[in-house]
Design a protein around this ligand. Structure first.
Ligand SMILES: [Fe+2]
Ligand SMILES: [Fe+2]
Length: 303
């Protein structure tokens, strides 16, 4: 089973907007885009990464948020056409980021234009997290997608799961995969959590942190999912917490180090085996450069 994670493309051309044409929190976000991010996140890099991901023939593409920059409807529409190029809703599992659910009107726009890639919810529902965690199975891999994308105050990039979503996650991890009611969880199932914000305390600055990371930490320590994939901090990072491996991947459109990760998960005699390959674009290698292996690791877990 081949899973590929990519994250934080920040697809947004704001060329048709001006500082005076956006309001509230979007003014500071616009300045950040104008001064820095428009030079870093490039559509031509994302196009190359998308082609490279397709060449890997993944069974599932895991997209951990921040598709756009200011949660504006025009950008959300633009991202919808990229999503369709990336893969069908059956091939792509998307969890939103703080830059997607950026302002009060963003959630409704996401539901309008990304509806095929998001869980079904009433158009007027205001609880961003009501349908999460979303759960899918892919062979013997169980995928649980979380939503941390609450609208935050100006200059904050924090996220939050909320008590209700945490409680649903605890129940889901402690129970059988959906579609198999009444069955005891199979120990050889490989469980992967997807989340935009760094999941545990201390993994991000206070300004960018997950507000209820301590609560999530308790669940992760208790339930020991096999893999946690996240984005948000735009760097490549790998850590181990007990049996749990966590990976952050750099932005998919970055001129500095655009990256994606490949996870090949196979059932082994007693449990499973996972091989991870980090693929990155070297910023010094010119426009013809290809994605090359920037890191590898593998591990097994017995049932
Ligand atoms: Fe981001
Ligand atoms: Fe983010």
């Amino acid at each position: 089973m081949r899973l590929i994670q990519l994250t934080d493309p920040h697809l947004s051309s704001l060329e048709s907007f001006s500082f005076f044409g956006v309001k509230g929190k979007r003014k500071s976000g616009y300045l950040s885009w104008y001064r820095n991010r428009r030079h870093i996140h490039r559509p031509e890099i994302l196009e190359r990464l998308t082609r490279a991901v397709h060449d890997e023939s993944p069974d599932r593409i895991l997209l951990t948020g921040d598709l756009v920059h200011l949660g504006l409807e025009d950008a959300i529409i633009e991202a919808a056409s990229w999503l369709q190029q990336l893969g069908s809703p059956e091939q792509v599992l998307l969890v939103p980021g703080n830059h997607d659910n950026y302002a009060a009107d963003s959630l409704a726009a996401m539901r309008r234009h990304w509806c095929d890639y998001l869980p079904t919810q009433d158009a007027g529902a205001t609880d961003y997290a009501a349908a999460y965690p979303i759960e899918q199975t892919c062979g013997s891999v169980r995928l649980l997608g979380l939503n941390t994308s609450c609208v935050s105050r100006i200059f904050s990039a924090q996220g939050e799961l909320g008590e209700a979503q945490l409680s649903r996650l605890r129940s889901a991890l402690g129970g059988p995969p959906s579609g198999l009611p009444g069955q005891v969880p199979e120990p050889s199932v490989f469980t992967c959590l997807l989340i935009h914000h760094p999941p545990l305390p201390g993994m991000a600055s206070a300004r960018k942190a997950l507000r209820d990371a301590k609560d999530l930490q308790l669940i992760v320590e208790e339930q020991q999912p096999d893999l946690v994939l996240y984005g948000h901090i735009h760097c490549n990072r790998q850590q181990q917490h007990g049996e749990v491996r966590s990976f952050c991947t750099a932005s998919a459109s970055s001129v500095n180090n655009a990256s994606y990760r490949v996870f090949d998960v196979e059932k082994a005699d007693q449990g499973w085996h996972c091989q991870m390959r980090l693929m990155s674009l070297d910023k010094n290698a010119g426009t013809g450069a290809r994605f090359t292996v920037a890191g590898e690791s593998s591990w097994s877990r017995a049932s």
